[in-house]
Write a protein that binds this ligand. Structure first.
Ligand SMILES: [Zn+2]
Length: 731
């Protein structure tokens, strides 16, 4: 979860936005804009070359106390190709000439940033300078009171963690002018390969400073909103304005950086939204430093998939720290080795390049150094199998930022985010390799690589997005949708009926049931593949909320699963079904054309799965995914445990990553120990037109004998998996 570098999801909560910025104006559907095709193929420049990143974030009293030689030696042992190093912003670690740019009180006549840059260059590493513009000292406030963020009551905002500092306004002259000068100086003086800014967007809440007031009024014609309700039109205009302002800032800093070094780029932590990252970024860093609270270990891989959904083939760095996070932020601590291993393995298996970050040049706890060296050494050794060209997954889950921003659920207790989490976990348990696709990029080019698109309560979809999904189904794609998918438009306004009602084949009656106590599902057709594996029962538990729907005229559906309505759960004498059977379907299955299958599930199967993790709901989802996909999976893995399975193509090879998530600490770190699982029986289908030359297991370091199972399909056994095994097949 987020550490010091602000996470994308946190960022989106701060700066949430949706398509188009002036809400009253019809917006050209962004995925129909030809530029975006180009954006997905945007050239990453030199950023595509490094495979292993390191970051050293200095603290103010490091100069003169820390040993740059120690760090340079460690970078060398990690085979790191690129470094991000503290340069300026809150504290300058070089002799800056920019007025009011605070030099470290310990700097003296030294230049620790310059020393580290030269040392990295000598190791053939690329160097990105890190700045942090979110806070300043009192002398800056005195000189430029208008650079400081202002809270709702009109007071300048003190820093929440260090009362000696003031929080800056991210959208005014401090960033647009002062930090622009700082960035120009750093790139001009050191010819660094890029600038990376931490916490560059508004921090600590909305800003009501004079610049924000004037600029918002000039752009939108309104006073700054006082409500935080995203459905308020002025609030929505504000969110769009803030996003547009950040994009403007990104472009300005990027132009400054490029003017001083044409190969360099500006890279923000946390883009204004995913779409802007897709359009502007040469690289993105997914900031997920450690788990906290109840967090599944696949959360890091999910972040990789989210970025890839807009970045396409461009690189994604997976930031991990080695410390214990949680709300108490022990920044100088060290996690257990298995926990660090699993976090990085999830990132690597999902296509991210490792990017270890450490705060403070002086170490108190050295226990993380050997584990990270072991991880990087493995990565270096197998680099050719980790330089992915494309994922080979055939299933995609829609990532809808609009729904996250503008849809608050259909009832108290219904959160769209929980539907997505439940579906994600069900896909992991089903061992289905899958990708995310983003709502802003629903192009045929992006969608048609998948056989199945899943909408996990993707409630807020525009007409044009519905049209893009409809066209995908017409072209032969299959669809699995749950609950309120497409029942709202892109701003969260409810429609009369689903935007995709014609594709689902059903109409919403307007009634929502729930929360339901003690309701069930009758298994009416044991022979139907959708309810395979439910032996010795005629019913399973229902979800908690359901939308009442009826079939559209002229469309017939099979009826394998029907509603048993809620009945009393107390007193025990009363616990018997009042209506033992209905003909109300709780699953709508259609074969739309020769290739497309559509599953619509009107109840909250995914949300309830996340809530109660019912084995039956997991099985039903797995069966529904298999039925809708209607083609053999590119990889099947049978054996004990919970495994994240991903599958990739490189230039001359393909890989299957198996990450062992099986652990009592699966849903809450830190892991205490590695618990190996195995054996796993694997069946792989090679890409059409390819032939296997040889195969090996990268972690076990053993060759693999492939047994032909007919055609391009091969089977073999992986004897054991500790944390991460990779099946590498040379083609
Ligand atoms: Zn402001």
């Amino acid at each position: 979860m987020p550490g010091d570098e602000v996470s994308r999801r946190d960022f989106l909560q701060l700066a949430a936005g949706a398509v188009g910025w002036v809400s009253a104006t019809p917006v050209l559907a962004p995925w129909l804009d030809g530029d975006l095709e180009g954006a997905q193929g945007l050239d990453a420049g030199w950023f595509d070359t490094p495979m292993r990143w390191v970051q050293l974030t200095l603290v103010e009293n490091d100069p003169g106390r820390f040993d740059p030689g120690f760090w340079l030696d460690y970078f060398k042992r990690l085979h790191a190709d690129a470094a991000t190093l503290s340069a300026g912003g809150i504290v300058a670690y070089y002799p800056t000439e920019v007025p009011l740019h605070h030099r470290s009180d310990w700097l003296g006549s030294s230049d620790p940033f310059g020393t580290l840059v030269s040392g990295c260059r000598a190791l053939n590493m690329k160097v990105v300078a890190r700045t942090d513009p979110h806070a300043v000292r009192d002398e800056v406030r005195v000189a430029h009171p208008d650079w400081i963020a202002v809270d709702k009551s009109g007071q300048p905002r003190r820093h929440w963690a260090n009362k000696d500092l003031w929080v800056t306004c991210a959208l005014g002259p401090y960033n647009f002018d002062f930090m622009d000068q700082v960035h120009r100086e750093i790139v001009a003086k050191y010819k660094v390969d890029g600038i990376f800014s931490n916490r560059w967007a508004p921090q600590g809440g909305d800003c009501y400073c004079v610049h924000c007031q004037q600029n918002f009024k000039a752009a939108a014609g309104h006073e700054l909103p006082r409500t935080s309700d995203p459905r308020d039109p002025v609030r929505r205009a504000f969110l769009e304005w803030r996003k547009a302002r950040l994009i403007e800032l990104w472009k300005k800093w990027d132009a400054t950086v490029r003017a001083a070094n044409p190969e360099a780029r500006f890279i923000p932590t946390g883009p204004p939204d995913s779409k802007s990252a897709g359009e502007l970024a040469a690289i993105q860093f997914a900031d997920f430093q450690a788990r906290r609270g109840l967090t599944p270990p696949w959360a890091n891989g999910r972040r990789a998939k989210e970025y890839r959904s807009v970045m396409g083939r461009r690189p994604i760095g997976g930031i991990f720290s080695v410390g214990v996070e949680e709300p108490y932020r022990w920044k100088d601590s060290v996690q257990s080795e298995p926990e660090i291993q699993l976090g990085v393995a999830e990132g690597t298996a999902n296509g991210m390049r490792p990017w270890v970050t450490k705060f403070s040049g002086v170490l108190y706890d050295h226990r993380w150094l050997p584990p990270v060296e072991r991880i990087y050494d493995w990565h270096f050794k197998h680099e050719r199998y980790l330089r992915n060209e494309s994922p080979l997954a055939r299933v995609a889950l829609l990532d809808s930022e609009q729904t996250a921003t503008y849809h608050s659920g259909v009832a108290e207790g219904d959160r769209a985010a929980d539907h997505v989490l439940g579906m994600y976990h069900a896909l992991i348990e089903a061992r289905v390799p899958f990708e995310l696709v983003h709502e802003a990029f629903l192009t045929p080019d992006r969608l048609d690589q998948f056989k199945l698109l899943i909408l996990a309560d993707a409630a807020a979809l525009s007409d044009a997005q519905c049209a893009a999904i409809r066209a995908y189904v017409d072209r032969g794609g299959s669809l699995l949708a749950t609950f309120a998918s497409s029942l709202f438009d892109e701003t969260g306004q409810r429609r009369q009926d689903f935007g995709l009602a014609d594709v689902f084949g059903v109409t919403f009656t307007g009634r929502i049931d729930g929360p339901m106590q003690n309701s069930y599902l009758s298994l009416d057709d044991p022979k139907h593949p959708i309810i395979a594996g439910f032996d010795n029962t005629t019913r399973i538990i229902n979800g908690v909320f359901r939308l009442d729907v009826r079939p559209k005229a002229g469309i017939t559906f099979p009826s394998p699963l029907t509603l048993i309505p809620t009945y009393p759960d107390l007193p025990m004498e009363d616990v018997f079904p009042r209506v033992p059977h209905t003909d109300t379907r709780e699953l709508y299955l259609r074969e739309v054309n020769a290739r497309s299958r559509v599953v619509y599930i009107p109840w909250d199967i995914d949300r309830t799965f996340w809530d109660v993790l019912s084995v039956d709901h997991g099985r039903l989802l797995r069966n529904a995914i298999a039925w809708a996909t209607n083609e053999p999976s590119p990889v099947e893995v049978d054996g004990p445990g919970v495994i994240d399975v991903t599958i990739w193509r490189q230039r001359d090879s393909m890989t299957v990553h198996l990450v062992n998530l099986t652990n009592p600490m699966l849903m809450k770190g830190p892991l205490r120990e590695v618990i190996p699982i195995g054996p796993q029986r694997v069946r792989v289908r090679l890409p059409a037109g390819t032939r296997a030359k040889q195969a090996q297991l990268l972690t076990l370091g053993t060759p693999l004998a492939l047994t032909s199972a007919g055609g391009n399909t091969f089977t073999f056994t992986v004897p054991s998996i500790g944390v991460h095994e990779v099946i590498a097949i040379d083609l």
